[in-house]
Each structure stands twice: as structure tokens, then as C-alpha cells.
Design a protein around this ligand. Structure first.
Ligand code: GDP
Ligand code: MG
Length: 372
């Protein structure tokens, strides 16, 4: 089958025609449902909606339509690690909690104690099961990522310091977690401190609709101390219990897609991106498009800076080889055609530029109004 019209494409990928038309409209492109999609537009849609490409053959202009793998068959799906985001008020212990679980010490090395980047780590529980943790730099970043369609969280851990109680950013975190419609686990931290009042935290959180099991609700509350490593086992078991019920799965047997968690330019190593694979398997030399950046993966490392050759679903990795620095929250896909990858990346840059231009114009109009 050759090129597809908007309507044909929409039905193939299980989207509405309106979704597709809206995507182009937002780029200032008026399409109608009978128009034929170019390969480049198909690639852009794949990036936007996170469709993956099959791995078997090489991608060509002729077969891109068949190569696009939209719906996974149930038999293709295998268990994946739950992806857990830790949220809470500043200094309530997010980074310390992560450090304790992976026996590292990021909190102490952070400038000013404020998390600089989204760190993502995989922890192996004593049962051998894995859990992926994401330490957000801020709640806005979390929701911003979600608003861009990158749902990179299965479970939220709301951390509240027992000596401080519910604070403004705790409230924010609750709002963001509720909007995400994911299970919430409350970790009442710093229970080791004199003056800690975990029961007060439980009562306070009832006002926000987070009711502990002993009060007739269904929110797991775990009392512990990130610093003294108390409650960590119970926390991990609770995560794995939820994970078993929810049965998180993904198809590892296709090109990878996922989301950029953090990226920066390293003086000696060039663009470095910390990414989360959500579907498929990422491998060395794969051709990645991430927002406006593209390139073949030259090197891949895990959270301990150890070289890895593959990254399966739910695995966070650091990748090297992109031609520029993508933005946090950008989605990525893998396709084995460099020319197409370049075209799609360039289209993303144009899109961003157009959006910036538009907001600049809006600003100028405002300024004009203010001067009248
Ligand atoms: P974040 O801003 O939420 O990432 O908080 P951090 O993990 O950076 O912790 C803020 C401060 O609280 C640091 O000085 C930690 O050592 C301290 N802290 C974190 N967890 C605990 C705990 O369980 N008990 C005590 N006593 N201090 C803690
Ligand atoms: Mg932190």
C-alpha cells in the first residue's frame, strides 16, 4: 500500500481524523481529511504520538507505511518495571530517598541541595524485580511533560516530612498527581527527627482527599526515614504490589520510543541526553530523533556511568551521539533512515521557531497596546 490519506492514516493508527488535522493545524498547516500524507509528515506524526517502527527490514520511503507499528498484539507484551515519580515540598527528602534506595549520594553533591536535573534510576528489589524512579526538579516540569503527551509516570510517591507537615509544594504535588490519575503512595519522611508527628500528617492529608487505610481510605501511608533507611523495604513492596495489580507491560521487540528527561551540552562529549525508554528496545547505533535533535547512538550509559548496549522498556539511560541538545519532555523515536530522521528533526525546529515567532508577535502587540 502506498501513501495514505489523513483519514486512512487515522484509522490505521487508531486516532481520530480531528487529532491528525489538529496536529497540522497547530503548525499552521491547513490540511483536509482527503489529503495524502508525505513520508516526512508520517514521521512527524510518529514522533508526536509515539508510534514505533518495526525492526525487521530497513525503512524506505516505500515501506514506511507498513513499517509503522501502531497496536501491539497482546502476545508481544512483556512485564516492564513500574515508573515511579517522587514529588513533594523542597527539602522534604526526595533526593535522599532516591539515594538511600540506590546507595548513592547525589543529595550531598547537588549545588545548594536543589535538584539540578531530572535524575532517573533503576533499583533492583531483593526479589529481583526492578523499579524505575524519577526525581523531578519541579512539579511544573512533571505536568508540562504530561501536557505534551509524555506520560512518564505510573505511580507517584508523595513525600511529606513528618516534622514539617503539608506545605505549599505538597499541595501542588497532590494537585499534579491527581491530574495525572495515577496511584499515590504517601511516604511520611524524617520520622527519626525529634518533633516528628506522622499522625498529624495523616490527619492533614485527609483534607486533601488522601485517606489512609486505617481511616477507611485506600491510600498507602508508609512511615519512615530516608536518611536512616527506615520504611524503604515497605515502600518498594507497596510499589511492586500496585505494579502487580496494574500489570504494566510493553513490547520490547521493536524500535524504541520514549521521552527525554534531561539534556545538556557536555564540553568534551557533546550533547548528552538522559532518556526513558517507554516502548521497544534501544540499541547502540540506533538512529534517534528527539525533538529537533537526531543522530546515531555512539555510546549509552546507565545511571552508574557504566556502558550498556541495550535499553528495554522502563529503562532510563544516558545517550551520546545526538547532533544537538533536545529539550526535557521532548519525545523520541528510533528509525533506521538517517535522511528521514534529519527531515523530521528539522521540521521540529521549524515548528518551534514558528511558535516562538508567534509568541514574540503577541508580546509586541501587548507592548503596542500598553503604549497607546
Ligand atoms: P529534596 O529537596 O526533597 O530533594 O530534599 P533532600 O533529599 O535534598 O533533603 C533535604 C535535607 O533533609 C537534607 O539535609 C537531608 O539530609 C535531610 N533529610 C532527608 N531525609 C531525611 C530523614 O529521613 N531524616 C532526617 N533527619 N533528615 C533527612
Ligand atoms: Mg532534590
Amino acid at each position: 500500500t502506498g501513501p495514505l490519506s489523513v483519514t486512512e492514516f487515522a484509522s490505521k493508527v487508531g486516532k481520530s481524523t480531528a487529532d491528525i488535522l489538529k496536529f497540522f493545524f497547530n503548525q499552521g498547516l491547513m490540511m483536509n481529511q482527503n489529503m495524502m500524507l508525505s513520508e516526512e509528515q508520517m514521521g512527524e506524526l510518529a514522533l508526536e504520538f509515539g508510534f514505533d517502527f518495526k525492526k525487521e527490514e530497513s525503512l524506505t520511503k516505500e515501506n514506511i507505511f507498513e513499517q509503522l507499528q501502531v497496536a501491539d498484539k497482546p502476545e508481544d507484551l512483556v512485564d516492564r518495571a513500574p515508573i515511579v515519580t517522587i514529588m513533594g515540598h523542597v527539602d522534604h527528602g526526595k533526593t535522599t530517598l532516591l539515594d538511600s534506595m540506590r546507595n548513592a549520594d547525589v543529595a550531598a553533591s547537588e549545588a545548594g541541595g536543589i535538584t539540578q536535573a531530572i535524575g532517573a534510576y533503576q533499583v533492583v528489589h531483593s526479589s529481583g524485580k526492578k523499579i524505575t524512579f524519577i526525581d523531578t526538579p519541579g512539579h511544573e516540569a512533571f505536568t508540562e511533560m504530561r501536557s505534551r503527551g509524555a506520560n512518564a509516570t505510573d505511580i507517584v510517591i508523595l513525600i511529606v516530612a513528618a516534622d514539617d507537615g503539608v506545605m505549599p509544594q505538597t499541595e501542588e504535588a497532590i494537585d499534579h498527581a491527581k491530574m495525572a490519575e495515577v496511584p499515590i503512595i504517601v511516604f511520611v519522611n524524617k520520622c527519626d527527627k525529634p518533633g516528628a508527628d506522622p499522625e498529624k500528617v495523616k490527619v492533614e492529608l485527609m483534607n486533601y482527599g488522601l485517606v489512609a487505610e486505617e481511616y477507611g481510605g485506600d491510600i498507602p501511608f508508609i512511615l519512615g526515614s530516608a536518611k536512616e533507611k527506615q520504611g524503604l523495604e515497605e515502600l518498594q513492596e507497596t510499589i511492586l504490589f500496585i505494579s502487580e495489580i496494574k500489570d504494566y507491560r510493553a513490547n520490547p521487540n521493536k524500535f524504541a520510543s520514549g521521552v527525554v528527561l534531561e539534556a545538556h551540552l557536555d564540553k568534551s562529549r557533546g550533547p548528552v541526553a538522559s532518556i526513558l525508554v517507554q516502548s521497544g528496545t534501544l540499541e547502540m547505533r540506533d538512529m534517534v530523533v528527539a525533538g529537533g535533535a537526531f543522530g546515531a547512538i555512539k555510546n549509552m550509559e546507565n545511571e552508574n556511568h557504566k556502558k550498556v548496549l541495550k535499553a528495554e522498556p522502563s529503562r532510563p539511560v544516558v545517550i551520546f551521539g545526538l547532533n544537538s541538545v533536545p529539550n526535557a519532555g521532548d519525545k523520541f523515536i528510533v528509525m533506521n533512515d538517517e535522511k528521514m530522521a534529519r527531515q523530521i528533526a528539522e521540521a521540529q525546529i521549524d515548528k518551534k521557531r514558528a511558535a516562538e515567532q508567534q509568541s514574540k508577535q503577541a508580546f509586541t502587540l501587548d507592548q503596542i497596546k500598553n503604549h497607546i
